[in-house]
Design a protein around this ligand. Structure first.
Ligand code: MBD
Ligand code: FE
Length: 290
């Protein structure tokens, strides 16, 4: 990890695709989304055959050449070398996995997790001053709401995890020069199910332009941006956990997210804060039964 180097210059000067990619790859290696059972050989065979068949069909349809095949091979190798598989998959593939996984949810709407979640952020009861630098840039944001069941009954002891980019679009633990838990926190709700985070508004996120994903995006003439977003993970005993992101009405790229992870239910419209400093917004999480 590069997270303890806090006096070696600005993040903008040193963030690299390989730096964040290798951290994201190491983070994924530590992850346990749930135990997998024994291998279902029929299912592996069916899905692998269909996936390869889809690729074969594309090659025939577009008369792909040996030069293009070699370019693909070199590119795939470079994605691994720079650790950008988590970034590539979460940007270009995860949104469909999420859509399939949560198609029958009735409560809070989910979207992709992305590559930059880290469990174990500093924990608070009900209300959090999210860890940030003394001179953290950005508009102060009070983000609050209630975790409940589908009937609206508040859930005590629910866990609300928040992580997001800073005002320059960088995540702690994935860009150098940022304190370890910067803009990461988790809240345990009390009996009223309420949570409140005092943080700052994040900036849009740009896929690193100096790596393999950036090369694909540039070669295709796409843009590398995600709209500004808050990441959330909400869990409670006996309820289906929700991983989601919230976006800002009127923000750049909300209609054109490179990761296709915006949904109409996920828009925040913060208003001037009653404290006088910055903005505030409320968002509730009614959780489906497990
Ligand atoms: C992000 O910040 C993100 O949320 C996703 C899904 C992919 C890349 C960077
Ligand atoms: Fe993100």
């Amino acid at each position: 990890m590069t997270t303890t180097e806090q006096d070696t210059g600005t993040t903008e000067e040193q963030a690299t695709a390989a730096g964040s990619g290798l951290n994201a790859t190491a983070t994924f290696a530590r992850k346990e989304r749930g135990s997998s059972g024994p291998v279902d050989h029929d299912r592996v065979s069916t899905i692998a055959k269909d996936a390869l068949g889809a690729l074969h069909e594309v090659i025939r349809r577009h008369q792909v050449t040996y030069e293009e095949y070699d370019a693909l091979k070199a590119w795939l190798i470079s994605v691994g070398e720079t650790g950008e598989w988590p970034l590539f998959l979460d940007v270009f593939v995860e949104h469909v996995v999420e859509e399939v996984a949560h198609a029958d949810r009735k409560g809070a709407v989910g979207t992709i997790e992305g590559p930059y979640y880290i469990p174990g952020a500093p924990e608070f009861a009900s209300e959090a001053e999210v860890p940030m630098r003394d001179d953290e840039a950005g508009t102060p944001l009070l983000f609050q709401g209630t975790v409940s069941d589908l009937d609206g009954t508040p859930l005590e002891n629910a866990l609300v995890e928040l992580w997001h980019a800073d005002d320059a679009g960088y995540y702690s633990q994935f860009a150098p020069g940022i304190p370890e838990w910067n803009l990461r926190a988790q809240i345990r709700t009390g009996a009223d199910g309420h949570y409140a985070f005092h943080t700052i508004q994040p900036a849009p996120y740009q896929i690193p332009t100096d790596g393999s994903c950036g090369r694909l995006i540039a070669a295709a003439g796409w843009h590398p941006w995600r709209p500004a977003h808050l990441h959330l993970k909400v869990t409670a005993e006996g309820k289906a956990p929700v991983t989601t992101q919230l976006y800002f009405v009127g923000g750049d790229y909300t209609d054109d997210d490179v990761a296709q992870a915006v949904k109409p239910e996920l828009m925040l419209d913060p208003q001037p804060a009653s404290s006088g400093a910055g903005v505030q917004v409320t968002y509730d999480f009614p959780l489906d039964p497990a």
